[in-house]
Ligand binder design. Structure first.
Ligand code: KE4
Length: 426
């Protein structure tokens, strides 16, 4: 593989953009080396500026369920653009996408569109605080809900005290209202709730985690959270920015059989354009401006161009529900193939998979939370990432990410990927 043009473009980007990127993970800091720059993509393949082709396992970090430049989405966006891109005035297409989302997702009556997953999660927490009149939230170490201040928090000093900022610029005043718990540890959550009785507005989590690798909730954990929230008058917030419309039409709520109180979306719901959303019962959503007092707004929220991509994407899903079984089968095939090769090679590994989310960890112990995910051998991961990249396989450039398969990936592509694992110098 040659990377000269990408390298030159990266040097130029760094002159004008911090770190040369508009989102940190793209800079390859976790894996070393320099990022490639993409010229175009179609279906399962990325094409970089040096003429290299890659099977894409991030699908723009989740949105592109059917692969790049999916024709029905392209057609919708091109058509809509001719009629104008945004007015800041209501349009019918916002209602059409809202109506379809409400039909597809269980336990929601109304939905508000925003422009990113961060905005969706930030707004949902404000709504939960406004609705309950309480200030504190519980989040889980390793779960990522975007870069809003309340989420950039690490464990505090004591086991049951408030968190502390994990980024400069986040104030202690903000951090004190975020409590940090351990994923898959229900007792820890119960301890936090008991120590902050009557003060917690919401528990927010990724119902299937994808930001510490892919981590699956135990039945006891996820059902226990639901029962605890119901018993304590705490709202259960499912961050389905990754899982929504990816694990099933009804997302994690459908596959886990758990009803959240507020559900947040991003990625797939925008079909590759910037759309986030949060949704709940009519009763909870009635607290949101302009109906209720909880303020939230956005210049480009619901803009018809992004709505057209989202509507085309959700319509494709609604019309092709077999896409989930196809993605499940392909991901299971990849899982089996990689596991066989790493076992043959005597390389310690754990592979976590749920639907079309999968992650490979170079460690002996099962990966069930952030601490166990952090035990992965990062040197091995770096060699794995670059070894695969050099063979035309684009994986997430961090051990703390999940792969996102798209249905344009063929079994031939999967075999090429499995062979690339066999040839990787680890
Ligand atoms: P955005 O603001 O990036 O649209 O969404 C934030 C977000 C919220 N919730 C979950 C579960 C998420 O995974 C994300 C964003 N995901 C990352 C990938 N781990 C986006 C990639 C990036 O940060 O560039």
């Amino acid at each position: 593989m040659r990377y000269q043009r990408s390298s030159a473009l990266f040097a130029e980007a760094k002159k004008y953009i911090p770190g040369g990127v508009n989102s940190p993970v793209r800079a390859f800091k976790a894996v070393g080396g320099e990022p490639i720059f993409i010229k175009n993509a179609k279906g399962a393949y990325l094409h970089d500026e040096d003429g290299n082709a890659y099977v894409d396992y991030i699908s723009s970090w989740g949105p592109l369920l059917f692969g790049h430049a999916h024709q029905p989405v392209l057609d919708a966006v091109i058509e809509k653009a001719k009629a104008g891109t945004s007015f800041g005035i209501p349009t019918e297409i916002e209602t059409r996408l809202a109506e379809l989302a409400v039909k597809m997702v269980p336990n929601i009556d109304k939905i508000r569109f925003v422009n990113s997953g961060t905005e969706a999660c930030m707004s949902a927490v404000r709504l939960a605080r406004g609705y309950t009149g309480k200030d504190k939230i519980i989040k889980f170490a390793g779960c990522y809900h975007g870069h809003s201040d309340s989420f950039l928090i690490q464990a505090g000093s004591g086991a049951v005290t408030f968190g502390s900022p994990n980024s400069p610029g986040v104030t202690q005043g903000t951090a004190k209202d975020t409590l940090l718990a351990t994923y898959n540890n229900l007792d820890n959550v119960k301890e936090l709730v008991a120590a902050n009785k009557g003060e917690i507005a919401a528990i927010i989590l990724e119902p299937v985690a994808g930001n510490m690798g892919c981590i699956i909730p135990t039945d006891e954990f996820i059902k226990g959270l639901r029962a605890l929230c119901t018993q304590e008058g705490i709202l259960l917030l499912f961050d389905e920015v990754m899982t929504g419309f990816r694990l099933a039409a009804g997302g994690a709520q459908e596959v886990l059989g758990i009803a959240a109180d507020i559900v947040m979306f991003g990625k797939v719901i925008g079909g590759g354009l910037p759309v986030g959303a949060f949704a709940a019962s009519a009763e909870i959503m009635a607290h949101l401006a302009p109906e209720g007092p909880v303020y939230q707004a956005g210049t480009l929220s619901g803009n018809p161009l992004a709505m057209s991509a989202g509507l085309a994407m959700l319509t494709e899903i609604d019309n092709n529900p077999e896409v989930f079984e196809s993605l499940e089968n392909k991901t299971a095939y990849l899982h089996k193939g990689i596991a066989e090769v790493l076992t043959e090679r005597g390389i310690a590994h754990q592979i976590n998979r749920f639907g079309s989310m999968i992650s490979v960890h170079f460690c002996e112990e099962p990966v069930v939370d952030f601490a166990s995910s952090a035990k992965g051998n990062n040197d091995s991961f770096k060699k794995y990432f670059h070894g695969m990249l050099d063979q035309g396989i684009y994986l997430p450039p961090s051990a703390f990410e999940s792969y996102f398969l798209n249905d344009a990936i063929s079994y031939t592509d999967l075999d090429k990927t499995i062979d690339a694992v066999r040839n990787c110098k680890l």
